[in-house]
Design a protein. Structure first.
Length: 380
């Protein structure tokens, strides 16, 4: 691919998009209304562009600079990037959490802890409807957080609500729960000193091998003769996708078969868990109904200690077998991702490896332009 790109439209079309929602939040062509957006019921797995002409005129490349699929740091393909302070197995002590939890309910419990302790004022979570259409929301309501608990395994534009936060003066500190690519995009936003990152006080990462488009999961459900409305929980365990249904059935599907149509975005992602998180939560190496908990920062350590002191979280040190299992998966994911990344960058280097471009005003000047309806108003 030889044409130099100036926006993420080609990345989206070619599958180098994990639908993190960051480009939706920072797009400078949002004047009056969003030009880059999503409609969960119709386009459940990718951003949509209302007026591509605006994108073609824009030369700021902000969407490309914050995209987690572009200019992925070489350090992330090294296992040395995945160190942590402490490692535990953990489990919620809250019955209302455990009744809805994916595994041990740790991420949900940490969010509740942060809100109750006054460490944050709001949380950004992903809720879903009965058809498994995902919708990000900003909330301080514990019932919303409980309803959002459980892994979705379906692409969700978590970061798209960041502009909602920065456009309102009544929002304070925010906690966010995200998968590695979403937190990688947030780190890119922070490196460019976007205001969106200033409100994020706590980052809770979720382990992730890969995600799926809603269409892909729907096709699997058809093979199993069920629909989204039948499913109450999706999980990945022991090389299979598991679907728990309303009538008590537990159906499985071979993970390798499901992975045959993974997006390039997932195939080139090196992160099993996020080095940019304060805490990472997963289930790899944990026993049934428990979580794997990796403490990444001092802030994360303080949050875990607060949850324990409030009687909300139970922990026990991770044993050597657990540590070795986590390390094995880190080696596996970074190794596979590096091979795929090298292949992709040879063919699509003009959209996966970019340099910032300048047009007219400097980046900081662009970021300071603000109206009531748009965080960024740039001369297009």
């Amino acid at each position: 691919m030889s044409t130099k790109a100036s926006n993420v439209l080609s990345n989206i079309d070619l599958g180098f998009c994990s639908f993190c929602g960051a480009c939706i939040a920072i797009c400078p062509t949002h004047v009056g209304s969003r030009n880059l957006d999503y409609i969960s019921e119709k386009y459940a797995d990718r951003p949509i562009v209302k007026d591509s002409a605006k994108c073609e005129k824009c030369r700021h490349t902000l969407c490309m600079q914050i995209c987690p699929q572009i200019n992925i740091s070489k350090n992330l393909f090294s296992v040395d990037s995945y160190s942590y302070i402490e490692a535990y197995y953990s489990k919620s002590r809250l019955p209302e959490v455990l009744s809805r939890a994916q595994d041990g309910g740790t991420a949900t419990t940490l969010l509740i802890t942060a809100l109750r302790a006054g460490l944050v004022d709001y949380a950004i979570v992903i809720k879903r409807d009965d058809e498994w259409h995902s919708k990000p929301m900003v909330t301080r309501n514990e019932e919303d957080i409980l309803e959002a608990s459980g892994s979705k395994y379906i692409f969700s534009p978590l970061l798209s609500v960041l502009d909602e936060i920065t456009d309102r003066i009544d929002f304070g500190r925010v906690a966010i729960v995200g998968i590695p690519c979403q937190l990688r995009a947030l780190e890119n936003i922070a490196m460019l000193r976007f205001k969106h990152n200033d409100v994020v006080a706590v980052k809770i990462g979720l382990f992730c091998m890969h995600g799926f488009s809603r269409d892909r999961i729907e096709s699997i459900l058809k093979e199993l003769n069920i629909s989204f409305r039948d499913v109450v929980k999706i999980n990945i365990k022991k090389g299979k996708l598991w679907f728990a249904t309303k009538d008590g059935k537990l159906l499985d599907y071979p993970l390798k078969k499901a992975e045959k149509v993974l997006r390039p975005a997932c195939r080139q992602c090196p992160e099993l868990f996020s080095p940019y998180a304060d805490i990472n939560v997963g289930s790899i190496a944990a026993e049934e109904n428990w979580n794997t908990l990796l403490v990444m920062t001092q802030k994360g350590k303080e949050l875990v200690e607060k949850a324990m002191s409030m009687g909300l979280l139970e922990t026990k040190p991770m044993d050597i077998n657990g540590i070795e299992t986590v390390n094995k998966y880190v080696h596996r994911k970074t190794g596979e991702a590096l091979k795929n990344r090298e292949l992709y960058t040879k063919e699509f280097h003009n959209i996966l490896l970019i340099s910032p471009t300048k047009r007219g005003k400097s980046l900081n000047d662009i970021l300071e332009h603000k109206t009531v309806k748009s965080l960024y108003l740039s001369p297009l």
